[in-house]
Structures are given as structure tokens and as C-alpha cells.
Design a protein around this ligand. Structure first.
Ligand code: G3I
Length: 341
């Protein structure tokens, strides 16, 4: 029994992976990836600052290894991410006329997608382009090219690999205004004859939010807009978000505040159970909508490696994933597996 076998009739089960797993030094992670998952996403190594750090320099060494790992293990391989305002190489900010920027985006996407044509199955083409109110976020791409940079990005990706699944990926896509914005974005592309295949709903969620109803409403809305739904970047934080709780002021004085690192040694059984229940609830919802959902990807393999130990404040001990710091399955893992028994 494994996650990938248990849900083989439902959707791909993916995980974001890092250098250690890719180059084989993190053998425990690698074992888990091979045993439990049938899809991988590179957590960082394909982001612009890594893969295209200078105008004429592309770093393909790690991405090549990443893709080979996926191929060897017969996996659904994801590319993350072509166009994003964050983790961008600094030099891109100096490009300030639209012809050069269009040329640059085209080159960046064509080179990368083209290199992995027929190998990378699904691309996060544009990442996090929306504000919380559903409008388009300011970025160097929007500033220099205008709103149609999205169209350019998707068109170019489709041209470089017509078979790849093309995804718009973002967080908080269960929030009504942002959801409407994402649907407008999809419709815009569709109306202009541009290929977009899926919405990636990043699942950076907590024990209460979003509610099952909010998640379901969103899955149905994206499905109705004519795209597949992917749950990307799934992790359930068990720690309070100081911004939500107390406002920005407290969070700035956060360091050393024990309250903010409530479980430094281990997760109490009561919360362990809550997490298990939460995962079971969302997975039974996903399974119910398996005709609409193509893939569910966890943002990391095990708790120790999760970005949530460092966000929104550094140095907390978080427990958001299915495997613990010793790479052992948690109750949350069992609760998901039990759904199919
Ligand atoms: O590898 C260096 C290390 O050598 C150095 O000592 C250390 C010092 O800060 O930094 C390390 O790099 C960090 C990297 O994670 C690996 O841990 C970067 O500073 C840090 O910025 C980077 O954070 C990543 C973040 O994206 C950057 O925006 C997280 O790992 C990654 O999980 C996160 O993923 C994003 C998705 O791509 C998009 N959606 C949201 C999601 C969470 O923020």
C-alpha cells in the first residue's frame, strides 16, 4: 500500500522535491518519493533566479537530473515555474522596453519548455499573478508589457510543447474575489484562443480554513470554466499565523515569543488527531471530485523540510505534511489511506 496506489484511480499524488533528493544524497527522501508518489515538482531549482541567473546563462544541470529522476521512476513530471515576480533574477528588472521584455520572455519559455518537450508533463506557466481582490498584480512583466504578458507566456509555452498541460498557479484561490479574478484570467485566455488547461490551487491551508465548502465551491467553479483542477502545494499548518491573529505589530516583535512556537519538540496527540481529520476530510472531498482533479501535490515530503518551518516567521517547528521528521508516516497518512479501505 502506498499513496500513489491507493489513489491511482483518482489523481496523481505528487510532492515538491529539492536538491538532496534530486542528486540522491537524501536517500530517505528519495525512498519515500519512489514508494509513495507518482508525480514530482521542483520546489526551487527551476525558478528563474536558479535556471536563468544571467542573460546568457541557463543552469540546466539540476533540472536535467530532476527530469531524469522523474523519467526513471515513470512519474508525472511538473515544471515550476516559468513566469513569477518572485525569485526572479535581478537583471530582469533592468529590461524596460516592451520589445526586449517580450523577446526575453519568449526566449526564457521557449528554451526551457523546449528542452523538456515531451518530458515535463505539466507546466506552471504563470505563478501568483493576482492580487487578493482578483486584479492583476504589479510586476516587472505587467509594468513593461501590460496585462497581455500572460497571453504571451501561455502562447509561447503552448508553441514550445503543444502536448504539455499548461497551468495558472496561485494561492488563496478559494477566496471569492480572487477566485473570480482567476476565472476572468482563464476566460480571457480562452476568448483569445490561448491554451490554458488547468488551475493550480495552492493548498497552503490551515486546520480550519478554507472550509470544505469553500474548497468545493472553488473546484466546481474552475471546472465550470472549462479547466482541470490541480491541488498544488498542499500543506496544512498547525501553527498560528501571527498576522491573522494579532496584526502585523505583534508579529514584528515575535522572536523569542514562545507562544508562537507552541510545539518545539513534538506535536501533541490532540493536534495530531485534528490534522489527521482535516486531511481525511479534504481527501474525501478531492476523491468525490476526482473527475475534475488531475493531481494533488504536497509541498514537500516530510515535516523537517517544509518551508513552513521558516514562514511566516523563522525558526518555528511546524508539522504540515504526512511524514514526520524521521520520514515516518503520521496519523494524517493513515487517515487518508483509511478512506479507501
Ligand atoms: O539554499 C539557500 C541556502 O544555501 C541559504 O543558506 C539559505 C539562507 O536563507 O537560503 C536557501 O535558499 C532558500 C530556499 O528556499 C531553500 O531553502 C531561499 O532563501 C528561500 O527564499 C527559498 O524559499 C522558497 C520560496 O518559495 C521562495 O519564494 C521555499 O523553499 C519554497 O517552498 C517556496 O515555494 C513557493 C512556491 O514556489 C510558490 N507558491 C508559494 C510557495 C511558498 O512560499
Amino acid at each position: 500500500p502506498s499513496l500513489k496506489n491507493t489513489f491511482s484511480y483518482d489523481f496523481f499524488i505528487g510532492a515538491a522535491i529539492n536538491g538532496g533528493a534530486i542528486n540522491g544524497s537524501d536517500t530517505l527522501a528519495l525512498d519515500l518519493i519512489r514508494r509513495e508518489f507518482n508525480s514530482i515538482t521542483p520546489e526551487n531549482i527551476m525558478k528563474w533566479e536558479h535556471i536563468h541567473p544571467f542573460p546568457d546563462k541557463f543552469n540546466f544541470e539540476m533540472p536535467d537530473k530532476y527530469v531524469r529522476l522523474g523519467q526513471k521512476n515513470n512519474m508525472h513530471i511538473v515544471g515550476h515555474t516559468l513566469v513569477w515576480h518572485s525569485q526572479l533574477a535581478e537583471w530582469v528588472a533592468q529590461v524596460n522596453d516592451s520589445a526586449s521584455m517580450a523577446g526575453l520572455l519568449t526566449e526564457h519559455i521557449t528554451k526551457i519548455v523546449g528542452r523538456y518537450k515531451g518530458k515535463i508533463d505539466s507546466w506552471d506557466v504563470v505563478n501568483e499573478a493576482l492580487n487578493e481582490d482578483g486584479s492583476l498584480r504589479e510586476s516587472i512583466f505587467k509594468e513593461v508589457l501590460g496585462d497581455h504578458y500572460l497571453e504571451l507566456a501561455f502562447r509561447t509555452a503552448a508553441k514550445a510543447d503543444p502536448e504539455a498541460q499548461l497551468v495558472y498557479n496561485d494561492y488563496n484561490l478559494t477566496h471569492p474575489e480572487k477566485r473570480e479574478g482567476a476565472i476572468r484570467l482563464v476566460k480571457n485566455l480562452q476568448e483569445n484562443g490561448v491554451k490554458i488547461d488547468a488551475i493550480g490551487m495552492q493548498g497552503h491551508w490551515n486546520l480550519e480554513r478554507p472550509t470544505l465548502e469553500e474548497i468545493e465551491t472553488s473546484i466546481l467553479a474552475y471546472h465550470k470554466a472549462g479547466v482541470k483542477v490541480l491541488i498544488t502545494e498542499l500543506d496544512i499548518t498547525v501553527l498560528p499565523n501571527p498576522w491573522e491573529l494579532e496584526g502585523a505589530e505583534v508579529s514584528q516583535n515575535f522572536e523569542g515569543n514562545k507562544f508562537m512556537n507552541p510545539y518545539p519538540e513534538s506535536l501533541p496527540d490532540s493536534v495530531q488527531n485534528q490534522l489527521a481529520e482535516r486531511y481525511a476530510d479534504i481527501f474525501s472531498l478531492f476523491a468525490k471530485h476526482r473527475d475534475k482533479i488531475d493531481r494533488v501535490t504536497f509541498w514537500g515530503i516530510n515535516d523537517g523540510a517544509s518551508w513552513l518551518n521558516g514562514w511566516p516567521i523563522k525558526g518555528r517547528t511546524n508539522y504540515p505534511l504526512l511524514f514526520d521528521r524521521n520520514y515516518r508516516p503520521k496519523k494524517a497518512y493513515e487517515s487518508i489511506m483509511k478512506l479507501k479501505k
